[in-house]
Design a protein around this ligand. Sequence first.
Ligand code: A3P
Length: 318
Amino acid sequence: MAQNVNVRPAYQEIDGFILPRSFSSNCFRGTLTYKARDDDIFIVTFPKCGTTWVQHIVHNILHKGKSFESFQDFQRYSPFMEMTGPEAAVRMPRPGAIKTHLPFHLNPYSPKAKYIYVARNPKDTCVSFYYHTKMIPPYEFANGTFDEYFNIFINGENYFGDYFDHLLSWYEHRNDSNVLFITYEDMKIDKRGAILKIASFLGKEYEDMLLTDEKLMEKILFQTSVEYMKKYANDHMHSFLSGKSEDVEKNPYIPEGIQHINQYMKNNNIKPPEEVNFVRKAVVGDWKNHFTPEQSRILKEKFQEKTKGTDISNLWPN
Ligand code: A3P
């Protein structure tokens, strides 16, 4: 069957950067001028590499086993800055952790701020991004096929641009003392170890807290499990896309970028989804159910070409 190679999710290009059309360009530009504070913690990823999982882990560590209670709570303590705009980071109650999807050279930087970078096998990332892009109504890709999305991904035409450039930009800094570079796959193999590693990176007091309080560790393991997050993270995302702000009386501040998206959906008569499967399969290797052998070869070749001269391919030999 002939493929429509021009099919793209609804996007805009801002200074060469590809973003969902529903995002506020003001908020994005503002993010690039945010001055990182010495006490800032950033959770940085290419989309779909385990961002939300790590946001939940970090929040549970910083707040001693407390989870996000609502979408408002989530975006207040861990704002997605390109989407919300920098004001949300300025107003973030601390300790909190800012989420970004920016490559190293664009991410607000301070030598004292901490950066947790989560990487994931590009094949699984591509599959996860495909389902995510289909699921979010303002992305207008509900009828897109995997083959179409594969072409978008391989050409770096997806939101947030080329996967490989993003990964390489942060991989170069993996040994910097203020960068913790971890992979989704390692977190799946040893989640307890990953939580301890993150805690130790955030501060010895957090590591000691977990090493001496097994109950707390168990609680955090549970509250960052797929089952737990399926319920809460999916609900939070749904409430956002429905334009609901359930504890708005307690916290009347809604970031400019979120108001912008809700308004964009209203203006374009875009309905919220019935349900949101943001936490989807949460496994390693789902690409095997989607990639043809040809697609697998093409991606592998692109991977090898882009990462020549580095040892990145050791991270994901397949
Ligand atoms: P899949 O689509 O492969 O299931 P992000 O938060 O960066 O958008 O990443 C989303 C991916 O992380 C999804 O992958 C999602 O299922 C997975 N994920 C979310 N919570 C998780 C958890 N607690 N444990 C493992 N994976 C999780």
